[in-house]
Design a protein around this ligand. Structure first.
Ligand SMILES: [Zn+2]
Length: 360
């Protein structure tokens, strides 16, 4: 190669290195913009570099300071708690991944060495370095370096779009239903807010093992969509009291499991819907932080209540395997990065049914 040719390649490399990286950055309360940042350095030992292809938007991405005073974090913050991508560089000492692998990554910077991590209970890590996109910069950027041990391969046949829903939306539900609530085939489950990203996933995963699914939605259009997903009974909570309907549907017995994430608006109603010894599992509280519960009812009815946050690496692998077998996430909308505001507006609107995906 001529000297001029080598210079041209060197120039091209320099240009690539100097080219700003696009990020989706939370600048303030509900203020997210496409912001340029420096690309990451070459991956260090034990790290891989991932070119992000798709991110799944979550409510956590649009939370600013409001109501989040408990969270130790600083703005600006790159959002994105779940994503899929392709490995474009591999650091020294990495044997588990290679360039070209399609992957998703775990969304928490776990230590990998504490007892919880060693036992595969990653979301109970005692030394977690932060949740991506929440405490520390997340996945909504062109390139990211991640520890190779936190990377999970995406099976053939699963799209980047669908895989982007595996680490949080899908794996959280997998963890809630099967690790915590121990949902069994043939049981009856009440899924609150069945049109949400996790609600749609819960309906599909519960139906897939042969459960009877009762779900609540806020309008008739969503009721149709929830039915189409396989929900056996759909309650429009704006026109009917779900507690009464569930009582009727179960011949006054109640459901085995209640799937909660709405919070104070529905929490006690969900408890009331349980049969004796029933299980309530919750991963969210979008309608507020606190509620009161009737302790007599709690112990007399022998309810079991599970708080659930995140998932394990195993849950992500299980989710991707389910997707590969055809159990795909419900996608509401796909938007290009330049058009992300439409995705955010849609996420905040009451019409959303399923997941919003931003494509990089
Ligand atoms: Zn740990």
């Amino acid at each position: 190669m001529t000297g001029a040719g080598q210079t041209a390649i060197a120039d091209a490399r320099q240009t690539a290195a100097a080219r700003p990286m696009r990020t989706l950055t939370l600048l303030g309360d509900r203020k997210i913009e496409v912001v340029d940042a420096a690309p990451p350095p070459a991956p260090a030992a034990g790290q891989v570099q991932i070119a992000i292809k798709a991110i799944g938007l979550n409510h956590i991405d649009v939370w600013g300071w409001r109501g989040m005073a408990f969270a130790k974090r600083k703005l600006p913050l790159i959002v994105g708690v779940e994503a899929s991508g392709e490995i474009v560089a591999v650091g020294p000492e990495v044997t588990s991944s290679k360039i070209g692998d399609r992957v998703v990554a775990y969304g928490g910077l776990t230590c990998g060495t504490c007892r919880a991590c060693r036992e595969g209970r990653d979301n109970l890590c005692e030394n977690v370095g932060g949740i991506m996109g929440f405490h520390v910069d997340g996945f909504a950027r062109d390139l990211i370096n991640m520890p190779a041990r936190l990377v999970v391969p995406v099976p053939a046949g699963v799209s980047f779009r669908d895989a982007a829903c595996a680490p949080v939306a899908f794996a959280t539900v997998q963890h809630m239903l099967f690790d915590n609530a121990k949902l069994e085939p043939g049981e009856t489950i009440l899924v609150q807010a069945g049109g949400s990203g996790i609600g749609t996933t819960a309906i599909k995963l519960a139906k897939a093992i042969g459960c009877t699914v009762i779900t609540t939605v806020g309008d008739d259009d969503k009721a149709q969509k929830a039915k189409a997903l396989g929900a056996d009974h759909v309650i429009n909570y704006r026109t009917e009291r779900f507690e009464g309907v569930v009582r009727k549907l179960t011949a006054k017995k109640g459901v085995d499991v209640a799937f909660e994430h709405v919070g104070p608006d529905t929490f006690n109603g969900s408890l009331l819907c349980l049969k004796r010894g029933g299980r309530l599992v919750t991963c969210g509280s979008t309608s507020g932080q606190s509620t009161t519960i009737n302790l007599f009812q709690l112990y007399l009815q022998q309810y079991r209540i599970f708080g659930s946050f995140g998932a394990s690496m195993r849950n992500i692998r299980e989710s991707l395997a389910k997707m590969a077998s055809g159990l795909t996430p419900v996608i509401d909308t796909e938007v290009a990065l330049a058009d992300f505001e439409r995705g955010l507006a849609r996420l905040e609107s009451r019409q959303v049914f399923g997941k919003i995906i931003v494509l990089f």
